[in-house]
Every structure is written in structure tokens, then in C-alpha cells.
Design a binder for this molecule. Structure first.
Ligand code: PLP
Length: 412
């Protein structure tokens, strides 16, 4: 009998039949509060009526045109809609289907644009599972072990992770930037370095936000040495952090921005944005793929961006994020096994530690499983899988947040 590969390990036993807003409905007849949002994807909630209508209409008109063959209206509209929310100098866009593909596209563009081979990535970063993206991923050995040789030319620099070292943010940042400079002196000379690639909030690496001094430090070094700042906003984009882009918190703009996940409420589409001058340094055919900028995915993305604007979901993410964070901090105050609560907007994590302050993945797993019993779906992250993360749809209101917090307290 054929079966799904045992490689697929599902975080919950739930069989999802239907989704509506922040909820999933299981085949067991139960309603689950989904604080995973398809790993940060269903930004407008499950099956938002406007996204459903846009996709249904497009399915009846044109499912697939193939963008190297023909232009289509949803793609034209998506470019215009993203133009409203991107930094003006990122005026040139290209589309793929997944975060990993967009990371690879950004890497190729950075190399072609600078003529330099190497990239610097941050310790604890996650950029995907294709071989080049996995080569740039250090958030856990499980994403890279066993399929060496990985891509050459990747150099790893610390990310400011104050909590893990018992430091304050300033000390962690000073250390990280000094190590970055040391890397440029000892491992990858500036004129061999195409780009530094970083997430505004380490996602799979444990929901650790960057800070202004660190991001501005990277921007300043990129400008000084002529390499590119690439921001992987696959998880942090489209309002997730309470600003439209994660980098809006830090007053820096990237040379290449990578987007995916929340941009189309669950339809597979991703993209890179850069200046036209940079894009011109690559050549047609060097980027793309058969399914890139699929017409239905583009229509869903256009509808998603409209809903985000009309329903003021970025502001809502900020407000509801504050409420959720306050609740998580209150639970942590009663439970010393939660050593840290952190994140931005509606991208929040609770880190579980043992009595010595070491990562405690076992307790995190037990709490995650207990939460399913309470009707709350959650995911883990961090190298030791000891951070329970909450990434609900951006449409949540006070009642939904409070419902989630009650279930969380019971589970912990
Ligand atoms: N980059 C970041 C920051 C991510 O969080 C992810 C996925 O979680 C990826 C890249 C890879 O995206 P995908 O799984 O769509 O290939």
C-alpha cells in the first residue's frame, strides 16, 4: 500500500478539513485556533472571501499563461500593488513560487550584479532547503547534515542573540559587528564578497529580532565595501511584524528584498525586488521557472495586498501583537521554564529553558502537544526546537488573542 513518506513528520494529529479566518476545522469535528497560519502564510486568515473570490474569478479566466511567453493582467496588477509598498529604489520585480527559490534568485543576482563570489550569512539564519539556500542556513544541522558538499563561498557571522549569552542587546550587537569586521579581514575579503543576507527577525532560528544598530551597521559596511545588503523578508514581510516590512523597524533599506509567505494568503508565489540598474546586470533566462508568477497566485496576491490595506492589518498586527506579547509575558512570569519572550508584531516566541538556563526542547514539545488538546495549534523553532512560536493570521481581534492566551496558559 502506498503511503506518505515517513520524512513528513506532522506537528499535530489534526486532519484539517476547512479553514475560516484564524480557525481550522478538523475531521474530528473540533475547531482549532490556528496560531501557525500555515507557517506564517495565511496573512488574511484562512479563505478570506475577497481572496477566494479573486482566485475563483481568475481560475475561470486564465490559470497559467507562463510569464516568459505572455504577459497577463494579474501580474501587471501585482507589480503595481507592490510598487505602492516597496521602497522606491526597489523598482524592479521578479517572481518565483517559494521562499527558497527567491533566496536562490537573490543570490544569483547578487553574484551577477557585483561580479563577486562569496556571501555572508548570519548564525542561526534560515533561508530554505534547496542546496544553495540550505548552504546559507545555519538554524539547525537538520537542514544541512548528510547532503554535503554544500555550496562553497558561504561565510557565517554572529547575529546579536543577547538572551542566549546572558548579554544585553548592546553588548551582543557590538560583538556581532566586531566579528563581522574580523570575518572581512580573515575569511572573505570585501572585494570577494557579493552580499550579506539576513532576516530582520531570525525565524526558524528562534524568533530573535535584529536591532537598529546591527542592521545599520550591516548597511554601513555594505555601502563602504561595495557589497549588497539582501534582506530575507520571507517570514517578516506583509505586515507580520507590525510594520509592512521587517526592515521598517530599523530605518535601513536593502539592495535586494526577498518576499514570499504572507503575500498571497496561501497561494505559492515569491519574489525579489531590487533596482532596475541591478536587475539589468543579470540576463534574461538567468532567473525564473515554469510556474513563476502563476496567474491565480498573482490574483490572490493582489487581493491579499488589498485586504491588508483595507482592513488595516499592519496596524492590527502591531496592536494585537502588543496584547499577545503582554499575555505571553504574564504566563512566562509564572513559569520559570519560559526564559524569554520575544519577537515583533504577530511574530512572537516563548523560549523554554531548563533549570541551568539551557535550551529545553522536550518541555517545548510537551507544551505544544498539550496546546493541541486545548484547541490551539502552534509550531516550534530554534536550533534545539525549544522556542514555541505564535504567528496567527493578521486578522485576529482581541477575543481571538485572549482565547489563544487562555489555551496557552492551560497548556503551559
Ligand atoms: N527564508 C525564510 C526567512 C523562511 O522563513 C523560509 C521558510 O520558512 C524560507 C526562506 C524558505 O521558504 P520556502 O519554504 O517557501 O522555500
Amino acid at each position: 500500500m502506498t503511503a506518505l513518506s515517513p520524512l513528513l513528520r506532522q506537528a499535530t494529529p489534526v486532519v484539517a478539513e476547512r479553514g475560516e479566518g484564524p480557525y481550522l476545522f478538523g475531521a474530528d469535528g473540533r475547531r482549532y485556533l490556528d496560531f501557525t497560519a500555515g507557517i506564517g502564510v495565511t496573512s488574511t486568515g484562512h479563505c478570506h472571501p475577497k481572496v477566494v473570490a479573486a482566485a475563483q474569478e481568475q481560475v475561470g479566466k486564465l490559470i497559467h499563461g507562463q510569464y516568459t511567453t505572455v504577459m497577463h493582467e494579474p501580474l501587471r496588477q501585482l507589480v503595481a500593488a507592490l510598487g505602492e509598498v516597496l521602497p522606491p529604489k526597489l523598482d524592479s520585480l521578479f517572481f518565483m513560487n517559494s521562499g527558497s527559490e527567491a533566496v536562490e534568485a537573490a543570490l544569483r543576482l547578487a553574484r551577477m550584479g557585483t561580479g563577486r563570489p562569496n556571501v555572508i550569512v548570519c548564525q542561526g539564519g534560515f533561508h530554505g532547503r534547496t542546496v544553495a539556500a540550505a548552504s546559507m542556513t545555519t538554524s539547525g544541522t537538520r537542514f544541512r547534515a548528510g547532503f554535503a558538499p554544500l555550496m562553497a563561498g558561504v561565510h557565517v557571522t554572529p547575529f546579536p542573540t543577547a538572551f542566549r549569552y546572558g548579554w544585553d542587546e548592546e553588548t551582543a550587537t557590538r560583538f556581532a559587528l566586531k566579528e563581522f569586521d574580523y570575518l572581512l579581514q580573515t575569511q572573505t575579503a570585501p572585494n570577494d564578497t557579493a552580499a550579506v543576507i539576513v532576516e530582520p527577525v531570525l525565524g526558524e532560528g528562534g524568533y530573535i529580532p535584529a536591532n537598529t544598530a546591527f542592521m545599520q551597521g550591516l548597511r554601513e559596511r555594505a555601502d563602504r565595501h561595495g557589497f549588497l545588503l539582501v534582506l530575507d523578508e520571507v517570514q517578516t514581510g506583509v505586515g507580520r511584524t507590525g510594520r509592512f516590512w521587517g526592515h521598517d523597524h530599523f530605518g535601513v533599506e536593502p539592495d535586494i528584498l526577498i518576499t514570499a509567505k504572507g503575500i498571497a494568503s496561501g497561494f505559492p508565489i515569491s519574489g525579489i525586488a531590487a533596482s532596475e540598474a541591478l536587475m539589468r546586470k543579470a540576463w534574461p533566462g538567468s532567473q525564473g521557472g515554469t510556474y513563476g508568477a502563476n496567474a491565480v497566485a498573482c490574483a490572490a496576491a493582489v487581493a491579499t495586498l488589498e485586504v491588508v490595506r483595507e482592513e488595516k492589518l499592519v496596524h492590527n498586527a502591531e496592536q494585537m501583537g502588543q496584547r499577545l506579547r503582554a499575555g505571553l509575558e504574564s504566563v512566562a512570569a509564572d513559569h520559570p521554564t519560559i526564559g524569554d519572550v520575544r519577537g515583533l508584531g504577530l511574530m512572537l516566541g516563548s523560549e523554554f529553558v531548563d533549570a541551568d538556563g539551557e535550551p529545553d526542547g522536550k518541555t517545548a514539545l510537551r507544551v505544544q502537544q498539550a496546546a493541541v488538546g486545548e484547541g490551539l495549534l502552534l509550531l516550534l523553532c530554534g536550533a534545539a526546537n525549544n522556542v514555541v512560536r505564535m504567528i496567527p493570521a493578521l486578522v485576529v481581534d482581541e477575543n481571538v488573542i485572549d482565547e489563544g492566551l487562555r489555551a496557552w496558559r492551560a497548556a503551559v
